[in-house]
Design a binder for this molecule. Structure first.
Ligand code: FA5
Length: 356
């Protein structure tokens, strides 16, 4: 250990430390800098501590002189440290306040609202129109069995309709009959099985067919099924319901056409077409030059279907319809190609902001 400093050495050290300390504190640009300066000045190994520790070994009068000076220097340095710390703390507070300042006079920032997808908009519109007419909304499974998708709907195993709806079967061990539903009509069966008549329901949902993609066809598309079974329901009820629905959805000036069609689960069966939204009926590429666009299949529920679910066809009659609403969305918004609905192109989707 080196010898303790003499009183002259100690006084010199105190002067040096005072100058060094004042300089350090003045240059501190953060509260952390001030704390570092404090440690450097008053830490256990700092020159100041050495001087303090040496006081005891000085003769009486020198000790008083050096001790007095030590107190003065400590007091000045501590005062400088406190002052600088306070100044920096209040600077920091001002900066934070400035950063958080809310200028209530600035105009608000507009929140960018997204848009509903045109398919969602049309589905909601369809459902809303039928709900107003007193129909309930139900949904059903996308994975179906052959009985609900075909047999119960009077589509026999060798019936051409079974291949017309080119169906995707699932390979689930022990369940050879499982498939992705090819239409929403199985929900006719499930609804009637679950409750007694009268029944008024619409069923929106996704359906699947093994089909080539074209401007009007997708292997995955959307249908809304409708079913009304009650006492005394007639074909004219079907016609009136569908016509007023189509006019409400697509416009009052639209021409609606009903032509005969065949589906094994209805008798008689029909198809509803609307005048082409592009050419107005004179014929163009969109309507394949016929002037009309097919919107849905429909008809009176086949008595055998009613029997299949335990309804008495002598007492109850009903109608059903099934519309592809991808195509209805195309008509509703003038979309020339079904594939656009699946591309998620933001420039296309942005056009629907505020609609629906
Ligand atoms: C059916 O699916 C019957 N279940 C409809 C029905 C219900 C008839 C109740 C009678 C009573 P269809 O296969 O025609 O029928 O399809 C109905 C609608 O789905 C068509 O009018 C069409 O708008 C739409 N559609 C059919 N295939 C496609 C496809 N690949 N892509 C887009 N839409 C399609």
């Amino acid at each position: 250990m080196s010898a303790p400093p003499s009183s002259d050495e100690s006084l010199a050290t105190l002067d040096r430390e005072l100058a060094r300390g004042l300089d350090l504190v003045a240059r501190a640009s953060s509260v952390e800098d001030v704390e570092d300066a404090q440690t450097s000045l008053f830490g256990r190994k700092a020159p100041f501590a050495v001087v303090e520790r040496a006081l005891g070994s000085l003769p009486e009068d020198e000790r008083r002189r050096v001790g007095q000076r030590t107190n003065e220097v400590r007091a000045r340095l501590k005062a400088a440290i406190t002052e600088r710390r306070q100044a920096l703390e209040s600077e920091r507070e001002t900066a934070v306040l400035e950063l958080d300042r809310i200028d209530v006079t600035l105009p608000g920032r507009r929140l960018r609202a997204g848009s509903l997808h045109p398919l969602t908009i049309v589905q909601q519109e369809i459902v809303e129109i039928f709900t107003r007419m007193g129909y309930r909304v139900v949904e059903g499974p996308e994975v179906e069995d052959e009985w609900h998708n075909f047999d119960a709907l009077n589509i026999q195993p060798d019936h051409p309709a079974r291949t017309m709806m080119d169906t995707t079967y699932l390979s689930v061990p022990g369940h050879p009959e499982l498939l992705l539903r090819a239409h929403t009509s199985p929900m006719q069966i499930r609804t009637m099985q679950a409750e007694p008549p009268p029944v008024y329901v619409v069923v929106p949902g996704r359906v699947f067919r093994n089909e080539a993609i074209t401007a009007k066809n997708m292997p995955v598309f959307h249908q809304v099924e409708g079913l009304a079974v009650d006492k005394g329901i007639r074909f004219s009820d079907l016609k009136g319901t569908v016509e007023s629905f189509l006019r409400e959805l697509l416009g009052a000036d639209l021409r609606v056409r009903m032509t005969p069609s065949f589906f094994p689960f209805v008798e008689p069966g029909a198809q509803f077409d609307v005048s082409c939204f592009v050419c107005g009926g004179s014929g163009c590429k969109t309507c394949a030059f016929v002037g009309w666009i097919e919107t849905m299949g429909a008809g009176m529920v086949h008595p055998r279907v009613l029997e299949n679910v335990g309804y008495n066809p002598e007492r109850y009659t009903g109608f059903a319809f099934g519309m592809g609403y991808d195509r209805l969305a195309m008509i509703r918004f003038g979309i020339p190609d079904i594939r656009i609905l699946w591309e998620s192109d933001v420039r296309f989707l942005e056009q629907f902001e505020g609609v629906g």
